[in-house]
Structure formats: C-alpha cells, structure tokens
Write a protein that binds this ligand. Sequence first.
Ligand SMILES: Cc1cc2nc3c(=O)[nH]c(=O)nc-3n(C[C@H](O)[C@H](O)[C@H](O)COP(=O)(O)OP(=O)(O)OC[C@H]3O[C@@H](n4cnc5c(N)ncnc54)[C@H](O)[C@@H]3O)c2cc1C
Length: 220
Amino acid sequence: MSYELHLAKIDLVARRVHRLRMRRPSGFTYVPGQAVDITLARDGWRDEPRPFTIVSLLEDPDLEFLIKAYPDHGGVTEQIAHLSDGASVTVSDPWGALRDRGDGLFLAGGMGITPWLAILRARAAAGMPVQSTLLYAVEAQADLLAIEELRAMVGLTLVAVVAEDPGPDHRHGRLDRALIQKHLPEAGPVYLCGPPPMEEAVTEVLRDLDVGDDRVVVEG
Ligand SMILES: Cc1cc2nc3c(=O)[nH]c(=O)nc-3n(C[C@H](O)[C@H](O)[C@H](O)COP(=O)(O)OP(=O)(O)OC[C@H]3O[C@@H](n4cnc5c(N)ncnc54)[C@H](O)[C@@H]3O)c2cc1C
C-alpha cells in the first residue's frame, strides 16, 4: 500500500540535511528502525522511489525524516532539497530488518544515524534505561544530527568521531578498530549502519574481534 502525503514542514537541520515532516496517515504503524520508500509526485520522478528511515516516535502525529541531499547524484535527494512546504510525496508501507534488540553498541556512519536515532528515541520516550554506547562518525561537525538530544539521553555514552574540523567537544578521527574494541561489550547486540564501504570495513573489524554475525544488527 502507498500513501499520498503533503509536507507539513521542510527545513535544513545540518549540512545538506533536511528534516521533512508530514501527517502520519491513520492506521500507519511501524517498528522503530524501519524505513519507507519515498517517491516524489513530480513528472519524471514518479518511478524513482528511494528508501528513508522514519525517525519520529510512534506516538507522534507526524512522520519525520532526515534526508541528506547529494547534488552530484542528480537524483531524488537533490530534488528533495528544493521541495517546499505542501509538496506532495508518496510513502510506501514500512519495511526493513533493523530492530531494537536491547542495549548494546551502536555504530553509525553519517546518515546511518537515522535508524539508531529512531530506536534510541523510542527507548528514551518509553522510559527504558538506555545502557548503550553510540559511536557516531561523520566527516565534519556540520554533519552531526540531533547531537544535543543524544547527549541528553540518560544512560547513553555518546562518542562523536569527526574526521575534519572536530571542534573542542568531539573526538578527531574515524571509526577505527581501536575505538570499536575499546567500547565493545562482551555480549549483546552491535548495531551497524552507514555507507556500504564503512559497513564492509566495520564488519571485517567485528569478525576480527570475534563478534559473531548473530550479534550484529545490520540491514541485510
Ligand atoms: C534502508 C535505508 C534507509 C535509509 N535511510 C536514509 C535516511 O533516513 N536518510 C538519508 O539521508 N538517507 C537514507 N538512506 C540512503 C538514501 O536512500 C540515499 O541517499 C538515496 O537513495 C540517494 O538517492 P539519490 O536519488 O539522491 O541518489 P542515488 O540513487 O544514489 O543516485 C542517483 C544516480 O546518481 C549516480 N550516482 C550514484 N552515486 C554517485 C556518486 N557518488 N557520484 C556521482 N553520481 C552518483 C548514479 O548513476 C545513480 O543512478 C537509506 C538507505 C537505505 C537502504
């Protein structure tokens, strides 16, 4: 099933990242961490669905997305960056394998923060203790999303790793083996989401550190 929706609000929240809000259709439900396919109701783009994660809480009357634009792709995200309030989009039913499997180590590269933000928000809103660590790697400080909200989550150890221009509050560097090893719990899930090269590199590191594939929560 798909839903024709209008943007209630679109605004810029980080470097090339827009927040899109739209009224949640009645009966539309999802599991935190899931994505939908969004299609633009514009000539030339109606057959170009792209996946984006729902980051709003289930009890929120709106659906919220955080979408990074890639102008060099000349694709859908570049179009999204030029949308205005009221624009029409089509949203699919939710899908995806990422789920909350309990406290653990969350690893995010860039926009890979979105499923973990959805899960951590849901845990915090439900008053569930968040006894987890989030290693959140981005290129520059300007890429960080919801950093104050994440920092305020009780029980969440947040390490923001910034490759360039880290500023005084963030660790300089990348999500490397030493950092993962330092924060790796003996048991429990390891959540992994990021660009494909990052996921591949981290998967190798995790295997090398004897983390069984059954512990790793990753979109297959
Ligand atoms: C389950 C899931 C959830 C996701 N959730 C989010 C989310 O919440 N927020 C978010 O921002 N992103 C998310 N993404 C990523 C998002 O789907 C992509 O960024 C988006 O599909 C890119 O669409 P696009 O049309 O702009 O570019 P693409 O579809 O990547 O590219 C369009 C065309 O540009 C060309 N191209 C591709 N790469 C390059 C390149 N590097 N340089 C030049 N040209 C290129 C190709 O010819 C391609 O056909 C998610 C992805 C998945 C799988």
